[in-house]
Design a protein around this ligand. Structure first.
Ligand SMILES: Nc1ncnc2c1ncn2[C@@H]1O[C@H](COP(=O)(O)OP(=O)(O)OP(=O)(O)O)[C@@H](O)[C@H]1O
Ligand SMILES: Nc1nc2c(c(=O)[nH]1)N=C(CO)CN2
Ligand SMILES: [Mg+2]
Length: 230
């Protein structure tokens, strides 16, 4: 999704969630400065080399654990959305890519980064966490405002749907969504302090609502075939 296509979605999200566009922009500039300073960033073309035709995106929904036990995922690129990284590690799986806004379990994100490329998202509410990227050997930066030279905006809002937009942009032919649940329960891996699956709180309910809408848009308008696996 190009910036001009994403802009109307973003403006609606900003209004609905009460975000500051200025803070979102500042965060993108801050992430860019940290990555240049640390020189641990890659560009889109380097990440494209890692994407296979089939891509599995793992969300942190309640259905994730049973799916990890039931299926084999070795025939595609594995992208974990933030908190889902913990569940994969618990099942002795390491993702190829992690898409995060740095509010998953940071120790698990660091563990995964030993092998995974970390796609780190900058927004107005995680500027204080951005310095954590210095723990990651390889990072690609993303933002939700106008893209910068090395900070990309492929569209998408939550970590999970942004991962699907990333896969679409990088040429995936088939995107299989695992652990994506829009029934109103938040999977326990979503937040470090969650001990069990929990009814979505207001902010989370809204975020998952946007994720569901954006995934439907991608299904209708993208090139890749998109399916849900339970
Ligand atoms: N029922 C669910 N519970 C939690 N995550 C889900 C669910 N269904 C799908 N997901 C996807 O898994 C991803 C897990 O990432 P994470 O829990 O960090 O959320 P997030 O996008 O960062 O939102 P937040 O800002 O609330 O952390 C979500 O972004 C979402 O797209
Ligand atoms: N400003 C702002 N932007 C976001 C936020 C958030 O909490 N604040 N959470 C997101 C979920 O990945 C994505 N984008
Ligand atoms: Mg997150």
């Amino acid at each position: 999704m190009k910036w001009e296509e994403w802009k109307p979605f973003y403006e609606r999200i900003v209004r609905e969630m009460g975000y500051s566009v200025e803070d979102d922009r500042k965060s993108a500039e801050l992430l860019r400065a940290i990555l240049i300073e640390n020189d641990n960033y890659i560009i889109k073309e380097e990440l494209k080399a890692v994407i296979m035709e089939k891509v599995y995106v793992f969300g942190a929904g309640p259905s994730l654990e049973d799916a990890l036990k039931k299926y084999d995922f070795s025939d595609g690129t594995k992208i974990a959305a933030d908190g889902a990284t913990t569940a994969l590690l618990e099942h002795q799986m390491i993702p190829d890519i992690v898409v995060t806004d740095l509010d998953g379990r940071i120790q698990d994100l660091i563990r995964a980064s030993g092998r995974a490329i970390m796609v780190v998202h900058a927004h107005g509410d995680n500027m204080d966490k951005l310095p954590l990227v210095t723990n990651f050997p390889i990072v690609l930066g993303t933002c939700q405002t106008e893209p910068l030279d090395i900070i990309y905006n492929f569209g998408g809002f939550t970590d999970g749907d942004r991962a699907a937009f990333l896969a679409e942009e990088l040429g995936a032919k088939e995107i299989i969504l695992v652990g994506f649940d829009f029934s109103g329960l938040v999977g326990r891996w979503s937040k470090p302090w969650l001990k069990q699956h929990t009814t979505a709180w207001e902010e989370k309910r809204k975020k998952l609502g946007f994720a569901e809408e954006l995934l439907q848009w991608l299904k209708d308008n993208g090139k890749a075939k998109i399916t849900f696996l339970y």
